[in-house]
Design a protein around this ligand. Structure first.
Ligand code: CO
Length: 147
């Protein structure tokens, strides 16, 4: 079997206050915001912070991201996550070449899918989540960047 995951794309971090989290990463590590988006479907306001060569844009080789996620309300997946477990790492996102193919391959191994078809993610990517219960407690996201 070929490796499905081509690289680590981002770490998703749940926070109560996006602005404060952005400031913390900037003041501590000097990393800046690449994009700010609101995703109603997922119930989050989010920021992507680039980790890698300065001046590199979305999809650049050698760039990974910190994805800061603030819930739009308590009754959202990230809102419930924070209520249960507090702020912290929410999920890990890995890049794949072809998300439909990757989902079919993963489903074929018996892992439960949260999304059985790709949906719209940050920076125009196609994304899909896999069930943490079948992956050692880690909510895992597959990411096919906008090409
Ligand atoms: Co993500």
């Amino acid at each position: 079997m070929l490796p499905l995951l081509t690289r680590l794309d981002h770490v998703g971090i749940a926070c109560r206050d996006l602005r404060r989290a952005i400031d913390m990463y900037r003041e501590t590590f000097g990393v800046g915001v690449l994009t700010l988006e609101e995703n109603e479907e997922q119930g989050v306001r989010e920021a992507m912070l680039a980790v890698g060569p300065s001046g590199a844009g979305p999809g650049s080789l050698g760039v990974g991201y910190i994805q800061l996620l603030e819930p739009l309300g308590p009754d959202t997946p990230v809102g419930r996550f924070i209520a249960r477990r507090g702020e912290g790492i929410h999920h890990v996102g890995y890049r794949v070449e072809d998300i439909r193919e990757a989902l079919a391959t993963v489903a074929g191994t018996g892992i439960r899918l949260v999304d059985d078809r790709p949906r719209h993610g940050s920076m125009g990517a196609s994304i899909a989540f896999l069930h943490p219960g079948d992956l050692g407690g880690v909510l895992t996201e597959l990411v096919q960047p906008l090409s």
